[in-house]
Design a protein around this ligand. Structure first.
Ligand SMILES: Nc1ncnc2c1ncn2[C@@H]1O[C@H](COP(=O)(O)OP(=O)(O)O)[C@@H](O)[C@H]1O
Ligand SMILES: [Mg+2]
Length: 447
């Protein structure tokens, strides 16, 4: 069932229950109220009559006139003599009076409901003064009169309830509609996301929580679009990067096969092929590593001593330092500790240091220190530095300068450092003039 119908149905159900309970309570209470009110009225009328009669006719000496007067009142009443237990007068017909006498106890002086056959009557009894006289006026109202009033009242109540209910259901329908419409619009937008039609997406106007959901959906779509685009670029770059060495290999291989390269050229061609194959191997390995870093959760953090860590990095790059005749200086603050997957962090840092050595003129400087609860490692060199236009993208995959290799080294470094809850940035080295890479780890890295 649609949400709109569900909500309207639930509301209508609730309304019916509430109205029924209220209606029932009012219906049953109203009869009690009517009876009480009727009794009060009877009493008032009775008292008025009694005092009038007493005044007018003395102690009812002129009984005939007295009766005449009562007859004129269009009331159902008895004039009862307690002392003789006899009815002196009644405005009702004899069979009715006889019926009353038979079914009800006149001697019981309390006001109570009397019955006659299946009819019931509200009674009120007023005693004449002086009391010794023993006369009593008994006034009666048939319950069916009260029932008629009750019915009448209830029919009006019912009509009011009906109008109220229709109005309430209409308002509920309107509100539900207002609530549900943005949801169905949102659903259409989600369908567009499903079909990857990001450019056709429209904002949905909504309020409250639905607005928040809409905002999240919109952000999610943007994120997804961005992700898909980057994935696409990655595949394009990756195939381009893989294609270039493959074409070189193919060129040399065909040249050798067709006998175009002979002797020394052939030798050189084979060497080139081996070099390109190695390059391919490196690219593929780095791509696999990057993919693993993004998907695999196999990250084994441990406490690493700062000094040992930097020493290990330096050990790894000694051959390159010697080959390129670069001097490396390191400075590590005492008692520095890092927390992370040592093997991966070594990989990240050596990627950066190797870059530094490759671009340096003569010097590379590694500095590890603490600053305001942060642990910082900087790697500086005296090379040409990173070009300004490259800075915003340098950590992206396959981004490289004209002297670049795979363009994956810094992307890998960033992925590892972020996994270790760290941050990497690049700027210019103040002291050496080349590039400066800064790794910042917060205190939480310790745990
Ligand atoms: N220390 C540095 N000095 C100058 N440029 C650098 C330095 N480190 C990195 N770069 C530039 O950043 C690019 C990307 O680096 P990287 O991701 O390691 O890829 P690769 O080293 O395979 O080219 C490099 O091609 C280079 O142009
Ligand atoms: Mg590199």
């Amino acid at each position: 069932m649609k949400l709109r119908s569900q909500l309207t149905l639930a509301f209508t159900g609730l309304l019916i229950v509430v109205l029924t309970v209220t209606g029932y309570l009012i219906y049953s209470l109203i009869l009690d109220l009517l009876i009480q009110d009727e009794k009060r009225q009877l009493e008032e009328t009775g008292e008025l009559l009694v005092s009038f009669l007493t005044e007018q006719y003395g102690n009812a000496n002129d009984i005939h006139q007295f009766n005449q007067f009562l007859q004129e009142q269009e009331l159902q009443l008895f004039l009862y003599d307690r002392n003789q237990d006899a009815i002196l007068f009644s405005t009702m017909t004899n069979p009715v009076v006889a019926g009353f006498l038979q079914e009800n106890n006149f001697a019981d002086t309390r006001d109570r409901t009397w019955t006659l056959g299946s009819d019931r009557f509200v009674t009120s009894r007023i005693v004449f003064t002086p009391e010794e006289l023993g006369w009593e006026l008994i006034l009666l109202t048939p319950m069916k009169d009260l029932h008629a009033v009750q019915q009448n009242f209830f029919s009006r109540l019912f009509i009011i309830f009906l109008i109220g209910a229709v109005l309430a259901i209409w308002i509920s329908y309107y509100l539900t509609n207002k609530l549900v419409t943005p949801l169905s619009k949102l659903q259409r937008q989600l369908k567009k996301i499903e079909k990857r039609q990001f450019d056709d997406m429209e904002r949905v106007r909504a309020t409250g929580e639905i607005k928040e959901v809409e905002q999240s959906v919109y952000e999610m779509a943007n994120e997804l679009q961005h992700y898909m685009k980057s994935q696409q670029i990655f595949f394009q770059n990756a195939s381009h990067e893989l294609k270039t060495p493959l074409m070189t290999i193919q060129g040399y291989a065909e040249g050798i096969k067709d006998g175009i390269f002979e002797g020394e050229d052939k030798e050189k061609g084979l060497e080139m092929m081996v070099a390109e194959v190695n390059r391919l191997k490196i690219i593929i390995n780095e791509m696999i590593l990057l993919a693993k870093l993004e998907t695999e959760k196999a990250y084994k953090p441990e406490v690493i001593s700062g000094e040992e860590f930097i020493n290990s990095v330096v050990d790894r790059v000694i051959p390159l330092l010697n080959e390129r005749n670069i001097s490396l200086e390191q400075q590590v603050e005492d008692n520095m500790r890092f927390f992370g997957d040592e093997e991966k962090l070594l990989r990240a840092l050596s990627n950066i240091v190797v870059n530094g050595i490759r671009h340096a003129e003569s010097k590379v400087f590694i500095h590890a220190y603490k600053e305001q609860k942060k642990k910082i490692i900087t790697i500086e060199d005296d090379g040409p530095g990173v070009k300004d236009e490259l800075i915003p993208y340098i950590f992206h995959r396959f981004v490289k300068g004209h002297d670049g290799e795979t363009g994956l080294g810094l992307a890998i470094a960033r992925a590892i450092i972020e996994q270790s809850k760290g941050k990497i940035t690049v700027d210019k080295s103040i002291t050496l003039g080349g590039a400066r890479f800064t790794l910042t780890f917060t205190e939480s890295n310790e745990k």
